[in-house]
Design a protein around this ligand. Structure first.
Ligand code: AQP
Length: 337
C-alpha cells in the first residue's frame, strides 16, 4: 500500500501560563518565525493547556494576549501565519477526547514532564495535566501537521503524537493521520535555569532570578546574568572543555542562539575569557535582541481589541481546516453527526 502524502504544514503552540521567557523565545518563537514563509504555518496560544494548573481568569486572559503579542512582536505576520487561541476552535477538545480513548494509560505513565510537574503530588494534580499530551496530539493532528518546532522538553510528547496517530490508523484500518516530525534544532533547544543548570528555564519556576522574561528591562537582564550561577573557571578553548559545566554551557548556548551562530564559534571568540568579560557581553546582546521585541509587545498590549481581532480571524481560518478533518474522524470512528 502506498503511503498517503500530506501537504507540509507546521503547527506549534505556547501555553499562556505566565510571562514568556527567553526559553520560549529561543526554543520556540524565534524558530517559528524562521519557518514562516517556507510552509503553511499555524501558531496557537494553547490556553486549554494552561488551565491544567489553576490560572486566575483575569491573568489567563492577559497572558493569552501577551503570548499573542510576543508572536507578533517577534515577527509572526498574521497574513502569513495562522495565529489563534486554542479554546476558540472547539474541535481541539473534541479530537482530544477521541485521542483519550486511543492513548493508553501506560503511555501517559511514561511522560517525564508529568512526573517532573506532578512530583510527589501526583494524586492531587488535575486529570487534565495527566491527559495533556493527548490534547497536544489533537492540536497537531487536527491540522494534519507534518512538522512541529518545539524545545527539547516537548520531544517525548511529539513522539506520543506519532504513537497515537499510528494506533488510530491501525485500529480503524486507515492512513488518515500523518506521522508528524518534531523539529528540534539550533543551539538553544533546552535553555536552562540561571540558578541551577540541571533544570530548564520555565515561566512558572519559583524565583524570578532563575529566568529572563521577554519583558524584563535592560537593568534586570544585566542583573540576572551577573548573578547567574557559573563556576570559577574561564571559558575553555573548545566546546569539549564545557563537559560537566552545565551552567557555563547554558550561557554559551544562549549567546550562540541570540547571535545566530554556533556554540563552537562563541567558544572560539571567547576562549580564555573570564565571566567578568563574558557575562556583560551576553547581557548587552540579550538586551539588544529583546528590547525591540519587548517595546513592540508593550505597544500591542495597549490595544487588546486588535490582538483579539487577530486571534478571532486566525481561529476562523483554523476552523476551516479543522472541521473537515474532525468530521472525517467522526465518520471513521462511527460517530453519527
Ligand atoms: N527552557 C526552554 N528551552 C527551550 N525551549 C523551551 N520551551 C519552553 N521552555 C523552554 C519551549 O517553548 C514552547 C512552549 O512551551 P510551553 O510554554 O507551552 O510549555 P512548557 O515547555 O511547559 O514551558 P514552561 O515555560 O516550562 O511553562 P510552565 O512553567 O508554565 O510549565 C515549547 O516548544 C517548549 O519546548
Amino acid at each position: 500500500m502506498t503511503e498517503p502524502t500530506f501537504t507540509p504544514r507546521v503547527f506549534s503552540g505556547i501555553k499562556p501560563s505566565g510571562g514568556l521567557t527567553l526559553g520560549n523565545y529561543l526554543g520556540a518563537i524565534k524558530r517559528f518565525v524562521g519557518m514562516q514563509g517556507a510552509m503553511d504555518t499555524m501558531y496557537c496560544v494553547v490556553d486549554l493547556h494552561a488551565i491544567t494548573v489553576w490560572q486566575d481568569p483575569k491573568e489567563l486572559a492577559h497572558a493569552t494576549r501577551e503570548v499573542a503579542a510576543g508572536y507578533l512582536a517577534a515577527g509572526l505576520d498574521p497574513a502569513q501565519s495562522t495565529l489563534f487561541n486554542q479554546s476558540r476552535v472547539s474541535a481541539h477538545a473534541e479530537l482530544g477526547w477521541i485521542f483519550n480513548c486511543v492513548a493508553r494509560v501506560g503511555w501517559m505513565n511514561r511522560m517525564t514532564q508529568f512526573k517532573d510537574k506532578a512530583g510527589s503530588n501526583a494524586e492531587k494534580v488535575s486529570l487534565g495535566l495527566y491527559a495533556y499530551p493527548s490534547l497536544m496530539a489533537a492540536d497537531i493532528l487536527l491540522y494534519h501537521a507534518t512538522h512541529v518546532p518545539v524545545g527539547e522538553d516537548q520531544k517525548q510528547h511529539v513522539e506520543l503524537t506519532r504513537d497515537i496517530a499510528a494506533k488510530f490508523n491501525h485500529d480503524f484500518g486507515v492512513d488518515f493521520f500523518p506521522m508528524t516530525d518534531p523539529v528540534i534544532d539550533g543551539p538553544a533547544t533546552r535553555v536552562m535555569n540561571l540558578r541551577d543548570g540541571s533544570k530548564k528555564m520555565s515561566k512558572s519556576g519559583e524565583s524570578d532570578m532563575e529566568r529572563i522574561n521577554m519583558r524584563d528591562d535592560a537593568d534586570t537582564i544585566a542583573k540576572k546574568f551577573k548573578k547567574a550561577k557559573t563556576d570559577p573557571e574561564p571559558l575553555p578553548e573548545t566546546l569539549d572543555g564545557l563537559k560537566g559545566r552545565a551552567e557555563a554551557r547554558n550561557l554559551v548556548d544562549i549567546y550562540a542562539a541570540l547571535s545566530d551562530t554556533t556554540s563552537e564559534a562563541v567558544i572560539a571568540e571567547y576562549a580564555g575569557a573570564g565571566w567578568g568579560r563574558f557575562k556583560p557581553a551576553l547581557a548587552d546582546l540579550a538586551v539588544d535582541k529583546l528590547a525591540p521585541i519587548s517595546t513592540e509587545m508593550s505597544r500591542l498590549m495597549d490595544d487588546p481589541a486588535e490582538i483579539d481581532r487577530i486571534l478571532a480571524d486566525g481561529a476562523a481560518r483554523a476552523r476551516a481546516i479543522a472541521e473537515p478533518i474532525l468530521a472525517r474522524t467522526y465518520d471513521i470512528v462511527g460517530l453519527l453527526r
